[in-house]
Design a protein. Structure first.
Length: 437
């Protein structure tokens, strides 16, 4: 399998980037997103008998063509099985409404899946001792950093450097970033998330840092994006046992998660419709109404992991629908919700079903319910992308209740925080240069 850059769609016929290079580069040299040159639907017999297969076997078959033999099958099976070492329960919340809980991994966010898979792929590509250490540099506003840190912990030949804005992440998130040690370093930046992001971007473009082998682990990396297909298959398999074909409602920010769902559909997974639910950062809902794509600065909301004004993966979604607006519209709907609507939904779900949804999941729920109003009789799944404990204050205040702190979180609360304070790019550069000699 070869990949090409979506900044240059004409290069598709001459696609020449291997999976390995795509994973290590993150972005193509022309700053475009990588996309597979070809998508081959899975064997019909396999899809028709999906209920006979376990998670690991499904995941292996789903990802195999995208790895293209660059990781031996037995090794890939091992990677897939370590990636999926926790559960993906489908929880019935109401008649025909299910929550797909993606938060039972080590950092309690769905990003664990992509981060664990990517870490293991990089570890494999870097396994030979003569390879130089790869440095993963990542800026985080909260969830990404924790998932990446946990996913890469102890992977040989890989060092992880996380930049986070001092005082701007929750206590739990900070503990997840700063208490692991080993090959993980947390740089605490005197600034906001955008400052962290800018420093990372500057570092990637700095020729003096070429020798540092920097790579990125954000959601545009194919090794973080593609494994997210796994749980769409897992959920669809469960509903197939009841003879149902799901509508998926996905709370969306950078649109990587829903884009993986659409890729699963392209592989032949029977899915009735996709709903991309957003907060007030409504670039895509507006595009679906007007046909005009107008990125804008992001606005802060209670579902802050989706505060994205220019979703990077939307170009991949358009590509998956052959850049045809009518094809896209037939299968894909996008709606935007305010914080007030989100809180009302959280309360309604709790009152009706005693189910606690986090703000992101609640946005997904709203998108699903609106779709089902228009298309009655459908079975819907909304993705619960983070454990409610990760948004403790908002959830407890909105529902007027206390949340039980899960084991994953209890175990880090008393650990000692370790971070390196920096306040400008030169300090980051000095750190990287010192570290690589
Ligand atoms: C990252 C994140 C999202 C958004 O996912 P995208 O793939 O960027 O659309 C939604 N919910 C939570 C909790 C997240 O951490």
């Amino acid at each position: 399998m070869k990949y090409y850059s979506l900044n240059n769609p004409e290069s598709k016929d001459a696609a020449n980037t291997s999976f390995r290079e795509a994973v290590i580069n993150g972005l193509a040299p022309d700053r475009g997103l990588y996309f597979p040159e070809k998508i081959t639907p899975l064997d019909k017999d396999f899809i028709e008998h999906l209920e006979l297969y376990e998670n690991d076997e499904i995941a292996f078959r789903v990802i195999q063509q995208f790895v293209g033999g660059e990781i031996p099958d037995d090794e890939l099976r091992k990677i897939v099985s370590e990636t999926l070492s926790f559960d993906f329960p489908l929880n019935k919340v109401e008649e025909d409404v299910y929550a797909l809980e993606l938060y039972h991994g080590p950092t309690m966010a769905f990003k664990d899946v992509g981060a664990r898979f990517m870490a293991r792929c990089l570890g494999y590509f870097n396994k030979d001792k003569d390879q130089e250490t790869v440095r993963v540099l990542v800026a985080t506003s909260g969830d990404t950093g924790g998932a990446v840190a946990s996913g890469f912990l102890g992977v040989e030949g890989v060092e992880v450097i996380i930049l986070y804005p001092s005082g701007k992440v929750s206590d739990i998130q900070e503990k997840q970033l700063t208490t692991l040690g080993q090959n993980i370093t947390a740089l605490e930046v005197d600034g906001v998330f955008d400052d962290c992001q800018d420093m990372v971007k500057t570092a990637f473009l700095d020729p003096e840092l070429n020798a540092c082998n920097l790579t990125s682990a954000n959601s545009i990396n194919v090794a973080r994006w593609l494994p997210q297909m796994f749980y769409f298959f897992i959920a669809a398999r469960e509903l197939k046992k009841q003879g149902k074909e799901p509508v998926f409602a996905v709370p969306s920010g950078n649109f990587g998660n829903i884009c993986a769902g659409i890729m699963a559909y392209r592989l032949g997974l029977p899915i009735k419709h996709f709903v991309a639910a957003t907060n007030i950062n409504r670039t895509v809902p507006d595009f679906m109404n007007s046909g005009k794509y107008e990125p804008r600065p992001s606005k802060a909301t209670i579902s802050n992991a989706m505060d994205v004004g220019n979703p990077s993966n939307f170009i991949r979604i358009q590509t998956l629908f052959e850049n045809d607006f009518d094809l896209l519209k037939a299968m894909f709907t996008s709606e935007s919700y305010t914080d007030e609507e989100t809180r009302t939904a959280m309360k309604a779900i709790y009152d009706r079903s005693e189910y606690i949804a986090d703000p992101h999941g609640a946005v997904g729920y709203l998108g699903l319910k609106d779709y089902q109003k228009n298309v009655p009789g459908t079975t819907g799944v909304f993705l619960e992308t983070a454990h409610p404990v990760k948004f403790l204050d908002t959830v407890e205040e909105t529902l007027n209740t206390k949340i039980t702190i899960p084991e994953q979180i209890v175990s880090i609360i008393d650990k000692q925080k370790k971070s390196v304070l920096i306040s400008n790019y030169d300090q980051l550069k000095t750190f990287l240069l010192k570290d690589s000699h």
